[in-house]
Design a protein around this ligand. Structure first.
Ligand code: ADP
Length: 617
């Protein structure tokens, strides 16, 4: 019996209160997932103790069956779930149970609520707050726990999920955790053996510990990935995916591998249908589950895949690692490195195949995970070429949202074109309005649009594809043909004087001032200087680091534009010298404005007023 020795009351942290409030008042559908979450926590705790047993023989009751025991009583409307797992310490109760693991969680939950999406309880497992789903179905929870360590003592945690929780010391002879409560009156139907069995069937079919409901064993422990390919049904596979990934959707695709030879393992890998909210953050957390000989080792075996493939979920089971493998060993193991090499090449082959066989499906995949995938160009030198083939872009010749690739760019360009052109920007809309694009549109030369922020960190390091240099059209160095003789740069004395005039007015602020061959309808434009990085890259760096020094740009002037022609004819007219200077300032600053670099618009606007005033006289 539990006898209370010492009792303490704690406040939930503010975010936790908010979260509990959301759970209690906003989660309506799929209330039955509370069971999945509790079983999954119990299973994690059992996995941990199974692993601990391999290295520490002196744990509490080492011979107890590693199992999950559920008891329900319909008449009394009660439920309990008990595991013989690792248990929790006093600190765990405060830090693991009383706190929210990720700060993104609450933000996302609130967003969902604001958008008034019917907030589905099914989503909760993804957020690392699964335990609290019990408050969907009950008004008060009692948790009793004892750490597997033989020097530990029992603890009891009680809360109504409102503001506070209580921790008591109790007598608890066995290791593990027991959670018990009464269902809310209107949810009494859960306190029924057959209903509980049904829910387990739906969500917890793949738990690899026995589950008992009122002393009857209800599951068959099985390692799906060990099955032969043709004996595994799609349904089984999808359910398994949902089980290990906490996703509520079916996967987009899967790979089932049985590798023998240099390294031996079986793997069942999945590509999710949609990307998580915080792709780059999420991939750092959970990755593949590692088993050795069907025994679970860890659920975040990062070494099994390179970072850029961490969107892949699934299981790897190998005979080549010892059972008592520690985290340090897995981190430096040549076996892990070999598995990584095989998996990487299999996944890239799979994607390549998908791209050629089901273009639409591949493009959906790429929209979801492309930015992560392409980061591999900079890190995986062995597979670089393959990743480059897998990259997709919008371009000046695709509809918005449609893709082309380097391969199709090169195969449809004119034979005499020597370079692959691109332009980077925040959005297709902005890119399409970039004055530097005019020449290319007019001459029917395709330009790839780099819209994904990751692009500017990757593209400059590709250098060339199929012998063609990859160049930003914002770079001054690209060679452009003059379109027709009538538009030739006027090389008379006046136009050179105009350049000199521009230099005397805004010369300090730019690297150089030259006549342009690329402009059509715009009078001036800024392009990147010879030694500078891609302008979009510089913008990103500035956002990341305030002290980042952007390089000076080159100002290009369109000699056939009416404004420039007017300037040339007025250049020697001293009566107009103030207007000429104002116009040069105004032109330069409008180029800056379009480029996103006009930090102080006051002078620009004052000059504009002056012009409007004249016009409205
Ligand atoms: P998650 O399981 O996603 O981390 P939960 O809110 O379900 O989020 O659980 C929080 C933490 O509490 C777990 O990570 C684990 O450390 C601890 N925990 C929950 N249930 C148990 C249990 N039955 N045995 C041991 N530890 C548990």
């Amino acid at each position: 019996m539990t006898e209370s020795n010492h009792s303490e009351k704690y406040q939930f942290q503010a975010e936790m209160k908010q979260l509990l409030n959301l759970i209690i008042h906003s989660l309506y559908s799929h209330k039955e997932v509370f069971l999945r979450e509790l079983v999954s926590n119990a299973s994690d705790a059992l996995n941990k103790v199974r692993f601990l047993k391999l290295t520490k023989p002196d744990i509490l009751n080492p011979d107890d069956e590693l199992a999950i025991k559920i008891n329900v009583n319909f008449d009394e409307n009660t439920f309990s779930i008990e595991d013989s797992g690792i248990g929790m310490s006093h600190d765990d109760l405060i830090n693991q149970i009383g706190n929210i693991a990720s700060s993104g969680t609450l933000k996302f939950l609130n967003e969902l609520k604001e958008k008034n999406k019917s907030f589905d309880g099914n989503l909760i497992g993804q957020f690392g707050v699964g335990f609290y789903s019990v408050f969907m179905v009950t008004d008060e929870v009692t948790l009793e726990t004892r750490l597997a360590d033989s020097t530990s003592h029992g603890l009891q945690w009680i809360s109504t999920g409102e503001d506070t929780y209580i921790i008591n010391e109790i007598d608890k002879p066995s290791k593990g955790t027991k959670i018990s409560f009464k269902f809310k009156e209107e949810l009494k139907h859960f306190a029924d053996v057959s209903e509980i069995k049904q829910i387990l069937q739906k969500y917890s079919n793949f738990v690899d510990f026995p589950i008992y409901v009122n002393d009857e064993k209800v599951n068959v422990v099985q390692a799906v990935w060990q099955k032969k390919k043709d004996s595994l049904t799609d349904e089984e596979m999808n359910e398994f995916y949902k089980f290990i990934s906490n996703d509520f959707e079916e996967p987009m695709g899967h790979l089932h591998l049985a590798i023998e030879g240099n390294v031996n393992f079986k793997a069942l890998l999945f590509i999710p249908k949609t990307a998580p909210q915080f792709l780059f953050q999420e991939i750092k957390e959970k990755t593949l589950h590692l088993y050795t000989n069907k025994i679970f080792i860890q659920d975040d075996a990062k070494e099994l895949l390179p970072d850029y493939l961490h969107f892949v979920k699934g299981v790897v089971d190998t005979e080549d690692l010892p059972l008592n493998v520690s985290r340090e060993i897995t981190q430096n193991s040549p076996v892990m490195a070999k598995i990584n090499t095989v998996l990487t090449s299999k996944i890239l082959d799979y994607l390549e195949n998908l791209a050629s066989e089901d273009k639409e499906k591949y493009e959906t995949f790429y929209r979801n995970f492309g930015s992560l995938l392409k980061s591999g160009v900079n890190t995986d030198f062995k597979n670089r070429e393959k990743i480059i083939e897998l990259m997709r872009f919008e371009s000046s010749k695709t509809e918005a949202g449609n893709y082309t690739s380097f391969n199709s760019y090169v195969s449809s360009m004119r034979a005499e074109q020597e370079e692959i052109f691109y332009l980077a920007g925040d959005s297709r809309e902005k890119i399409e309005r970039n004055p530097n694009l005019e020449y290319f549109i007019k001459n029917d030369i395709e330009v790839l649009f780099m819209i994904d922020p990751m692009d500017v960190f990757v593209i400059p390091y590709i250098f060339d594809y199929s012998g063609k240099k990859i160049l930003s059209i914002e770079k001054a160095e690209i060679k452009l043909e003059e379109s027709s003789s009538e538009e030739k740069t006027e090389d008379n004395q006046n136009s050179f004087s105009l350049i000199e005039k521009f230099k005397s007015v805004v010369g300090e602020q730019v690297e150089d001032i030259v006549f342009s061959k690329r402009l059509v309808n715009y009078p001036v434009s800024l392009v990147a200087g010879k030694s500078s990085m891609d302008p979009q890259y510089e913008k990103m760096m500035q956002m990341l680091n305030k002290d980042f020094q952007s390089s000076k740009k080159i100002l290009e002037i369109n000699p056939v534009h009416p404004i420039i022609k007017n300037l040339i004819s007025n250049l020697n007219n001293t009566e107009h010298s103030e207007e000429v200077e104002d116009t040069i300032h105004q032109l330069y600053e409008s180029a800056l404005l379009i480029d996103g670099g006009l930090t102080n618009p006051t002078d620009f606007v004052q000059r504009l007023y002056k012009i409007i005033e004249k016009m409205t006289k």
